[in-house]
Design a protein around this ligand. Structure first.
Ligand SMILES: N[C@@H](CCC(=O)N[C@@H](CS)C(=O)NCC(=O)O)C(=O)O
Length: 213
């Protein structure tokens, strides 16, 4: 199995992290010819990253990939507990996809459209408050006592709160949400968190380097 994409993408990292949390390392690489090449579009007509290749089976969309990996890989369950606990993990992951990550996008593109940043910061702050409320009581991991698909989804997104903090004060937004702040501190300090932060940091630096030149 392999994943097409770059580790800078929180969606690619989600797939990679889901595998790692189950004890597996998936190789990651950009597709030869890029995301819009005929060869890649034949695998993934959406033309975005990630796309999982499992033999000749190709699967796009990070949430679906993470659930597939949960089903096919040996290792600890990333959807542990009863139906309610599993629904909670899925809910937090879905919230990240639908509300949290989109609020970060204009901040990522601030160079191209700086006017969009204040509204994005407000949306981000609002989304963090909603996430804190959805999560309820703080638990060791995002949705319970063990890692779940919610952690695999949220951790790569929270990396960007730290990465953009110096310019936009994004990590400081967590001061208003102590449960999330405590979860992120623990997740970031875990073995998988430290590895992820190092990899995303290196990928972000490489991405920014040509723009700074
Ligand atoms: N819903 C998709 C989102 C994937 C996505 O937006 N990927 C971005 C990178 S973060 C991408 O491939 N952008 C390049 C493009 O759209 O051409 C998923 O969860 O996999």
């Amino acid at each position: 199995m392999r994943v097409y994409g770059s580790l800078l993408s929180p969606y690619v990292m989600r797939a990679v992290l889901a595998a790692r949390l189950k004890g597996h390392d998936l190789p990651v690489a950009m597709p030869e010819g890029g995301l819009k090449s005929p060869a890649y579009l034949a695998m993934n007509p959406i033309g975005k990253m990630p796309c999982l290749a499992d033999g000749d089976f190709h699967l796009p969309e990070s949430a679906v990939i993470a659930e597939y990996l949960e089903e096919v890989l040996e290792g600890p369950s990333l959807l542990p507990g009863d139906a309610k606990a599993r629904a909670k993990a899925r809910l937090l992951a879905r919230f990240a996809d639908l509300y949290l990550a989109p609020a970060l996008t204009p901040i990522f593109r601030a160079r191209d459209n700086p006017e969009a940043v204040p509204a994005a910061l407000e949306a981000l702050s609002n989304a963090l408050g909603q996430l804190e409320a959805l999560r309820g009581a703080d638990t060791a991991w995002a949705a319970g006592d063990t890692p779940s698909l919610a952690d695999a989804t949220l951790m790569p997104v929270f990396f960007f709160l730290d990465a953009f903090d110096g310019t936009f004060g994004t990590a400081k937004l967590l001061d208003a949400h102590p449960g999330l702040k405590a979860w992120w501190a623990r997740a970031r300090a875990s073995d998988e968190g430290r590895r992820m932060v190092a990899e995303q940091g290196a990928a972000l630096a490489a991405f920014m380097a040509p723009k700074a030149a």
